[in-house]
Design a protein around this ligand. Sequence first.
Ligand code: SF4
Length: 378
Amino acid sequence: MAGIYLHIPFCVKKCDYCDFTSFAKSGEMEGYVDALLLEIGLTARTGEYPASFHTVFFGGGTPSLLSGEQMQRIMAALRQHFSIRENAECSMECNPGTATKESLAAYHTAGINRLSIGLQSSHDALLKGVGRIHTYEQFLKTLQWAREAGFSNINADVMHGLPEQTMEQYLETLKNVCDLNLQHISSYALTLEEHTPLYVRIKSGEARVPDEDYVADMQDAGIDYLESRGYHRYEISNFAREGCECRHNLTYWQNGEYLGLGLAAHSAVRQKVWTRYANTASLEEYLRLLRRGRLPKSEIIRLQSGEEMFESIMLGLRLTRGIDRAAFSARFGLDVVEAFPRAVESLRKRGWVVESEGFLALNRRGLDLQNEALGFFL
Ligand code: SF4
C-alpha cells in the first residue's frame, strides 16, 4: 500500500498546546493552493514515487479551511498526475467551526470519503482552557452536516490529560462519542511541548495538568471503555470498528511508501535504497521555490538496511497486531526473531511480548512501556 499526504498549514488560531507546522494566516490559502498544485505537477515529472496510491490524506493545520472549489482543484490534480486507486481511502482532517454544510458536500463530491473531526472533549470549558475555537455543539453540527453530505466513515479525535480534566469528564466524552456511532476514535494524551502558551502557563503555575499516574489511569480506563463499546484498539492511540481502521495511517505503521506534499511534509519512497525526504518548513521558501519551478525539498536521507529495519520495528510495534513476520522476512531476508534474538528474549523475560501465528507484538504492558521495549532493538 502507498499513500499521499498533503499538508494544509493554516488554522483560524493556534491552540495553546500546538507545535505542529501551522499558522493563523488563512488569508494566504489561495497562494498556497497554487503552490501545492505546482508541487504536484513537478513531483509527477520526477517519476520518483510509487506506481499507484491506495490512500490520500489531508492533514494540518486545518484542511477544512479549504474551500470546496480549492479541494476539487487539488483532487483533480492528484488524479491527473498520479494513479489513485478507484477504491482509495481519501481522508481529511476537519475542525468544527470551520467547515460548512456546503463545503462538506463539496469535499465529498471532490472524492473525500473519510473525515477526521477534531473534537478533543465534549466539555466546552476544557476546550476553551486550551484555546480550541469550537464548542461541542459545533462538533455535533459538523457531524450532522457531514452525514447529510454522505460521509459514512468518520473519526473523532479526543484527548486526555487536559488542564483540570477529570477521569469522569474524559469517560463522558468517550461515551458521548461512542453514542454517536462513529467508525473510528483516536484518543491521545496531551503532550506538553516546550514554548507553547500552555507549557508556559503550566511552568508558571497558572494552569495545572493531571499528574502522570492519573493520565496513565485515564488511558487504561479509556481503553477498557472503548473496547467494551466495540472499538478495538489496533494502534497505541487508535480504535476502530472492525474493518474501519485508517488505511493511510496503517501505511505509516507498516513502514510503507508515502509521498508528502506541502509545507514541512515528509516522504518515504523506495528508490535504489529506502529514502526519506522532507520539505522545507519555511512558508516563504516553500512558495518562492515552487514559483521558480523548483521542488521545496530541504532534506534527503538515504537509509542503510539496518536503519530501515529498525524503523520497521519501531513502527510495527505500535500496532497491537505487531510486526508481520512474513512481510518482514520478505523485505529484509530474515525473520525478525532471528534478526534480533537478544531483544526478543529481553521482551519475553519481562512478559511484554505476544508471539502469535505470523506476528510479533507487544502486549498492553509492553505498549505502555514502548520506548523501553524499543531500546532492546537499538
Ligand atoms: S487546530 Fe490543530 S493544527 Fe491548528 S492549532 Fe489547533 S491543534 Fe494545531
